[in-house]
Ligand binder design. Structure first.
Ligand SMILES: NC(=O)c1ccc[n+]([C@@H]2O[C@H](COP(=O)([O-])OP(=O)(O)OC[C@H]3O[C@@H](n4cnc5c(N)ncnc54)[C@H](O)[C@@H]3O)[C@@H](O)[C@H]2O)c1
Length: 342
């Protein structure tokens, strides 16, 4: 099987490409390298360009008429950046996806996997969400993902197109074979901050200790990026079974089902590291929420997918990648530091 992976030079897309290769599926990567890395597509079939470039998509299908499905990971993903530049996010994530879909349909590509996000959910009282939980994104980034889901739901009714939308929770770790990982030099999500503290001695801040969670810190569902990638392999393999007959659009949460608080993550991190990092409690940051985790087993039932790697393995692989990153991708550049992502 051959699949087109848009955004396949990025963190998650490159991991999906590796999982596909390991599973005997050939990835064809389309990426504009806006945040992706050329190093992640070395020795892979790669087209450098934009998903909205329909002539390029036509060329890809002319050169690879055996592409059976498209995986769409190409997006801008930085939440605070999306608050500052909403039009950019709606243009890149929504507008360009419309163009991309049009070109895929025109080229007869009717199987589509979409990288959606748990960021679209309205956090409930118990923080647990399933695929039927209310959608109410709190940022233009999250809204762009929810909008694309609506575009997809309408499109499957009108075109020869079927879609699986995969709502990722909080990816951690790296390819266990260390082919790829997070490309940012100093990611500022919570695990990135812990790693920075471990490497530089900077004090780690638990931002918010007054959330209504079991220990007052925010709660998330940390899923290993390699497990996420495996879910795509399963979704590709089972696509025609999952979407048979009238079923043309399905949504799956991809999380572990275990909510982990920041304090619990910190304990797990210190255990893996073998020493405690310096820590203080700080006030909540604007725009933060208590968080969510999945309570759904739909992906298990329909895709036969369940996470296999532990939180400790996710932390271990993130630490291992952080040690390798500068060597593989060049020295960290402070100017490249990007604010917190989802
Ligand atoms: N990282 C997370 O925490 C997270 C959580 C939930 C969902 N997601 C979704 O997963 C997907 C991948 O995220 P990631 O963390 O790998 O981000 P990333 O920035 O590492 O990867 C995105 C890739 O898409 C490429 N790209 C962006 N716009 C493009 C365009 N117009 N044309 C061609 N290529 C383009 C970038 O160069 C990059 O390689 C995104 O759709 C994101 O919304 C990510």
């Amino acid at each position: 099987m051959k699949v087109l992976i848009a955004g396949g030079a990025g963190f998650i897309g490159s991991t999906i490409a590796s999982a596909c290769l390991d599973a005997g599926i050939t990835p064809v990567i389309l990426d504009n390298l806006s945040t992706g890395r050329a190093e992640f597509v070395e020795n892979r079939i790669f087209y450098h360009g934009d998903i909205a470039d329909s002539a390029l998509v036509d060329r890809i299908f002319a050169e690879h008429p055996d592409i059976e499905a498209a995986v769409h990971c190409a997006a801008l993903i930085v939440v605070p950046d999306s608050v500052e530049h909403p039009l950019r996010y709606y243009r890149e994530n929504v507008g360009k996806t419309v163009e991309f879909l049009d070109a895929l349909v025109a080229n007869g590509c009717g199987r589509f996997l979409f990288s959606s996000s748990a960021a679209i959910y309205q956090p409930g009282d118990d923080f647990a969400v399933d695929e039927t939980s209310p959608v109410a994104a709190t940022s233009p980034y999250g809204e762009s993902k929810a909008m694309v889901e609506r575009v997809l739901a309408d499109s499957v009714r009108a075109y020869p197109l079927r879609v699986i939308s995969l709502r990722y929770f909080n990816p951690v770790g790296a390819d266990p074979k260390m082919r790829t990982g997070l490309q940012l030099p100093r990611p500022s999500h919570v695990l990135g901050k812990m790693i920075e503290s471990a490497r530089t001695g900077a004090t780690f801040q638990v931002t918010g200790a007054d959330w209504p969670t079991r220990d007052g810190s925010g709660i998330r569902d940390y899923v290993h990026v390699w497990d996420l990638a495996q879910a795509h392999v399963e979704a590709l393999r089972r696509f025609d079974t999952v979407l048979a007959g009238d079923r043309r659009y399905e949504v799956f949460n991809l999380g572990t089902g275990d909510g982990t608080t920041v304090r619990e993550l910190l304990d797990a991190f210190n255990t893996v590291l073998g020493r405690p990092i310096p820590t203080v409690v700080a006030p909540r940051r604007p725009g933060d929420s208590a968080g969510t985790y999945t309570r759904s087993d739909r992906a298990r039932r329909h895709l036969g997918w369940a996470p296999t790697l532990s939180l400790a393995e996710g932390i271990q692989h993130s630490l291992q990648w952080a040690e390798l990153r500068d060597e593989l991708l060049g020295p960290a550049d402070d100017a490249a530091r990007v604010p917190a992502q989802r």
